[in-house]
Design a protein around this ligand. Sequence first.
Ligand SMILES: Nc1nc2c(c(=O)[nH]1)N[C@H]1C(S)=C(S)[C@@H](COP(=O)(O)OP(=O)(O)OC[C@H]3O[C@@H](n4cnc5c(=O)[nH]c(N)nc54)[C@H](O)[C@@H]3O)O[C@H]1N2
Ligand SMILES: Nc1nc2c(c(=O)[nH]1)N[C@H]1C(S)=C(S)[C@@H](COP(=O)(O)OP(=O)(O)OC[C@H]3O[C@@H](n4cnc5c(=O)[nH]c(N)nc54)[C@H](O)[C@@H]3O)O[C@H]1N2
Ligand code: SF4
Ligand SMILES: [Mo]
Length: 670
Amino acid sequence: MNSEVKRSVCPYDCPDACGLLVTVVDGQAVKVTGDQEHPFTKGALCPKMVHYERTVHSPQRLTRPLLRIGEKGAGHFKPISWEEGIQHIVNRWRGIISDYTAEAILPYSYAGTMGVVQRNCGEAFFNRLGASRLARTICSSAKGYGWASVMGKTLAPHPDEVEKSDFILLWGTNALATNIHLLNKVREAKKRGATVWLIDTYENPTVQIVDKVVLVRPGRDGALALGIMHILAREGWIDQPFITRYVQGYEQLRTEVLPEYTPDRVSQITGIEVGLIEEMALQYGKARAPFIALGSGLCRYGNGAMTVRTITCLPALIGAWSKSGGGLLASVSSGSAFDTSQVTREDFLPEPTRVVNMNQLGYALTELSKPPIMSMYVYHSNPAVVAPDQTMVIKGLMRENLFTVVHERFMTDTARYADIILPATSSLEHSDIYRAYGHYGIQRAAAIIPSVGEAKSNWEVFQLLAQAMGFEEPFFAQKVDDLINRLIDPPTPWLEGVDRVKLQAGHPVELSLPENYKTAFLTPSGKIELYNPNDAEPLPHYFDPYEDDAPFYLMSSPSLYSLNSSFNERPDLLQKKEAPCLQMHPKDAEYKKLQDGQRVIAFNERGEVEFNLKLTTAVPQGVVVTEGLFSKENMPGDSSVNALTSQRLTDRAEGSTLYDVKVDVKSGED
Ligand SMILES: Nc1nc2c(c(=O)[nH]1)N[C@H]1C(S)=C(S)[C@@H](COP(=O)(O)OP(=O)(O)OC[C@H]3O[C@@H](n4cnc5c(=O)[nH]c(N)nc54)[C@H](O)[C@@H]3O)O[C@H]1N2
Ligand SMILES: Nc1nc2c(c(=O)[nH]1)N[C@H]1C(S)=C(S)[C@@H](COP(=O)(O)OP(=O)(O)OC[C@H]3O[C@@H](n4cnc5c(=O)[nH]c(N)nc54)[C@H](O)[C@@H]3O)O[C@H]1N2
Ligand code: SF4
Ligand SMILES: [Mo]
């Protein structure tokens, strides 16, 4: 028996990219623990990853290429060889290209793996092909836009800062499920006496560690932030020396915008009592070093970019950036640590091709013309579950003349609609380099077990496709490790000071931040831009989100036991994840004559979804909540939650509006 403990990295779309120690016995992963050497995650893993070996060696893994033999979507396939699979794809694509041009081919990918190479390498292939391009904006592009319109390219605070804060606002985040290591820092701050508030649309599971909860009407946080700034200005709880030195546009904001946002008006918009708004402003304004941990939920609304922009203004008024422990963390911004254009190769694009927004896949597959989408290649994403307006997405996937290829680890709801399925490796079976969006660590990971069955990595499949298409660029002949070296070999300011020997050997290492980075504002003016002259709306203000005409706001939040639709393959986690239920306030249920535990149908103009009803006062009246994305087979009915969400986009940056949705609810029992 050959047993070894090897290093790896958690590949999932989570802020932390935890360091892993994997016990490998005779080529099989048998145990996964956290790596205590990891500077930020320090050996703690979430419940999903403590048995990652069960995902890697799940009996449900796809192990051979498959060809559809039954009706679209019926899930009947026969095994074929890789050669047959690749040849079949290339033959179909050649036909489509000659009949419609390569723009009739659409790649669809998102974040099944966060490794820089495996995640992004498909773009090089599709650029070379001249396919339609995908705007990958389902998650938080509006959040990025909102932050950047005030802060430009300013570096995010190191997450360790939060430990030194005395007043922490967890704003629109269920950190207990989605950001556990930051929450450990919050706990540390609490031990040192910090006060912690949560601002959310319902009492999400993170309430258990906070001192106070503020429930805001969905999509109204921008008004709340303006109301707080109104009070800070009114009371003079501002840091004038900081503003004079570091802030652009405070006077315009104070005189032209803030007078409108009186506590009374903000209370009407947000549904928060005036007294609580005043108290929040007092706590924030008087804290020594207030810190805001900003989630992404609130950016997924028709006003999401403006909401984030407005909240991002707050720390500037009180000079929180100059205080040890103060600031605002939206997302860690070490993206430029590596030159990802080495992997995406925009230079391969013969000329700019059409861009299709991933949030409007339903529309793209059913209505787009000139040329219509005739083939879709899906890799490390599960659009049949995660994309909005599921009914329209499925209608598109059912098109007999749409040639769909899905490269996957599991038979997902999307894979069921494929014409060809290709088996994908898990992260333990391929090499990559990882950065994180919740801390400044990076780590290289080698393949530590052989491929399960005939699975191939994203990079390997694009190499095969490139070869079959006759692409002769040496780029496609590279080994994955060469590609990784190209990312980390060139000296960038980020990689200065990094121990390259450790990095090469697969140890977690931390990027070094410049001194005084927290007050080095990387905007065109060099100041925090409350007034941004380059924006069509130079000053922030509040406007309403879209809102459907229905009585209940619908929140579809993450679950502790899955990650978007990933981990649904794990019976142990599915058991812990509550059955798909809809949480509702007892008074709403009484009005609707609905009982706890009964089958209900949530519906709106786009679709209907069945749930089990759960009555709870954690949810305010007028809001219903479901946690976790489920496969269709685990839902009581024929659809899952995204049958209710819409393809509308955010105010800026074309993001998803997955939480800007309203529904009605009726009994689902005869
Ligand atoms: N266990 C687990 N971890 C995950 C994920 C998962 O699915 N499961 N998903 C991963 C991904 S892809 C991402 S992007 C991150 C997301 O992580 P975060 O961005 O930190 O956000 P979430 O924890 O998803 O929480 C969203 C919260 O926003 C709240 N919310 C919705 N609308 C509003 C609003 O208008 N105002 C306010 N104040 N709150 C609102 C919801 O009720 C919910 O509690 O987590 C990642 N980590
Ligand atoms: N209603 C609602 N919808 C949501 C959300 C929500 O909160 N509410 N969250 C949204 C957010 S924030 C996001 S980021 C998106 C996420 O959307 P996706 O990125 O599509 O996320 P997953 O559902 O995790 O699907 C990833 C798939 O990739 C596969 N995979 C993993 N590794 C590899 C690999 O190396 N190669 C290949 N080929 N496949 C691999 C996995 O098996 C899995 O099926 O969903 C969005 N959808
Ligand atoms: S999902 Fe997140 S918390 Fe869990 S192991 Fe991976 S990186 Fe760490
Ligand atoms: Mo996300």
